[in-house]
Design a protein around this ligand. Structure first.
Ligand code: ADP
Length: 483
């Protein structure tokens, strides 16, 4: 079979593909089969240093000399190239990240849309004037940081790389990306396309490698001026500690334990479809997955029945065969998810569906879509992010109790509210402590335009929408005394 997956991939530094300074490499696996499909350069401190210096040189030359409309044009060309190469990128996502064809296609299209969306704002980033009276002219300018580090996770590798790289470049920064070691190839390909679109050498660099080596070296580098990290809470905490040494600002998009609140008048079919699509068919490997289903007692039995019926229809399979649901990313992740299900059983939860490795599964890293019942707020499964296809079913009696359970979490990323009552929808939307709220749907087709980020331990700062621009710019105030 011909494949777009290269046998080897190097680092991308200063526009060139190069080996790691010490010649090291690591394997990358097809999560659907468990087979090694490529070897990727394992970057370390010296490689990170080269990449950051290349980025800084590119920034120093590019930012002062380039009109904002040229940054816009670059990103529009990159978006067009992503669409032209969509088939190739879909296959990369299927084979290296285990995304079923439909999700892979969504990842590619969303990446193209991020590039376009931020292309559209690149020449509209204004400062303001501040009146100080007759003796002064005062204005602000919005300036890029310089070298931005981008550390995305493995789950939807194209869009989560583009989500940070596109606004960073639109604002005039240079970037060094450290892709997730489980699925680094899509991010490398995306960077190559941005270079093909005309990015000058060094404006975008990719250093592949492990988190503790390449990632930590990037975070600690004194010439990195901003860090965007998307991933787990413990790694976010480690990055914040690492960044503190240089006082490097961080944008952190971390985990969630997002509630889906079904009131007695909820459209149960729509809710079930949303849970199946976003929390289970994704193999639960999305931070916004609505993994706590809070059901009003009146509708709980009917909702549970509908959910179990829908879950029984989900077809698992190798990503490139176009199943409803693909594998988890790695053996490690598969084991973590199975342990979390065991912990839930120990805590007294009841497995209503799934709960293990599917009987007829291919050799890859599969876990059945799993619904847990009899879950209470204190159980680990109601509190800890699992990042697997596991939803916890809980019940409530009234609005106040629903809000109480929803907010009883150290996370605060997204809430889903399902009700036909307008006032209740707005009341509850105000009361839940999460950065995003969806009413009677979940996700808005990717929500590129919608500010996204966490309350509490779900993160710091915002991705997506115009709000993300604040993460990639700093404000300079110029105050002029006039005669
Ligand atoms: P997961 O547990 O799903 O692998 P992580 O949050 O640990 O998710 O990883 C997300 C990203 O953070 C990956 O690119 C990973 O390499 C990187 N990473 C992990 N540890 C560190 C670290 N100490 N410093 C910087 N980056 C890290």
């Amino acid at each position: 079979m011909t494949t777009v997956v290269p046998e080897r991939a190097g680092l991308l530094i200063g526009g060139d593909e190069v080996d790691a300074a010490d010649g090291g490499s690591f394997p990358t696996y097809d999560p659907s089969t468990g087979e090694v499909i490529a070897r990727v350069a394992a970057g370390g401190e010296r490689d990170v240093d080269r990449a950051v210096r290349a980025a800084e040189a590119a920034f120093d030359a590019w930012w002062p000399a380039t009109a904002p409309r040229e940054r816009a044009a670059l990103l529009y060309r990159a978006a067009a190239l992503v669409r032209t190469r969509a088939d190739e990128l879909v296959e990369l996502d299927e084979r290296t990240a285990g995304l079923p064809t439909r999700m892979a296609a969504g990842d590619v299209e969303t990446a193209a849309r991020y590039l376009e969306y931020y292309a559209g704002i690149a020449d509209k980033l204004h400062g303001e004037t501040i009146p100080l009276g007759a003796d002064f002219v005062d204005y602000t300018e919005r300036e890029p940081w310089g070298v931005c580090a981008v550390i995305p996770p493995f789950n939807v590798p194209l869009q989560l790389t583009a989500r940070s790289v596109a606004p960073a470049l639109a604002c005039g920064n240079a970037v060094v990306v450290k892709p997730a070691e489980q699925a680094p190839l899509p991010a490398i390909r995306l960077a190559q396309l941005i270079i093909e679109a005309g990015a000058p050498d060094g404006l975008i660099n990719v250093v592949t490698g492990t988190g503790p080596q390449a990632g930590a070296a990037l975070v600690a580098h004194p010439r990195v001026r901003h860090i965007t990290f998307t991933g787990s809470l413990p790694t976010g905490q480690a990055i914040m500690r690492g960044a503190a040494r240089q006082l490097t600002p961080v944008t952190l998009e971390l985990g969630g334990k997002s509630p889906q609140i079904a009131f007695e008048d909820a459209d149960l079919d729509a809710l079930v479809a949303a849970v199946v699509a976003t929390s289970l068919m994704t193999a639960g490997q999305v931070c916004s997955a609505g993994t706590r289903i809070l059901a009003h007692r009146e509708v709980a039995p009917e909702l549970r029945g509908k959910l179990l019926d829908a879950v029984a229809q989900i077809k698992l399979g190798a990503a490139h065969d176009g199943p409803d649901m693909g594998p988890l990313i790695s053996r490690v992740q598969q084991e973590r998810v199975l342990e979390a299900i065991d912990a839930a059983r120990e805590d007294g939860a009841r497995v209503l569906s799934g709960g293990g490795i599917p009987g007829n599964a291919p050799a890859g890293y599969f876990v059945e879509p799993t619904v847990l019942g009899d879950v209470t707020a204190q159980m680990r499964v109601a509190r800890e992010e699992i990042f697997g296809p596991v939803v916890a079913f809980m019940e409530f009696s009234d609005e106040a109790e629903a809000i109480g359970i929803a907010n009883d979490s150290e996370f605060g990323l997204v809430s889903g509210i399902w009700t036909e009552q307008l006032s209740r929808a707005h009341r509850v939307a105000r009361a839940v402590r999460t950065g995003q709220v969806f009413v009677n749907h979940y996700g808005a087709g990717g929500g590129i335009e919608l500010p996204f980020g966490g309350y509490r331990k779900s993160g710091i700062g915002r991705a997506k929408g115009l709000a993300a621009l604040d993460e990639y710019l700093q404000t300079k105030n110029v105050c002029v005394k006039i005669e």
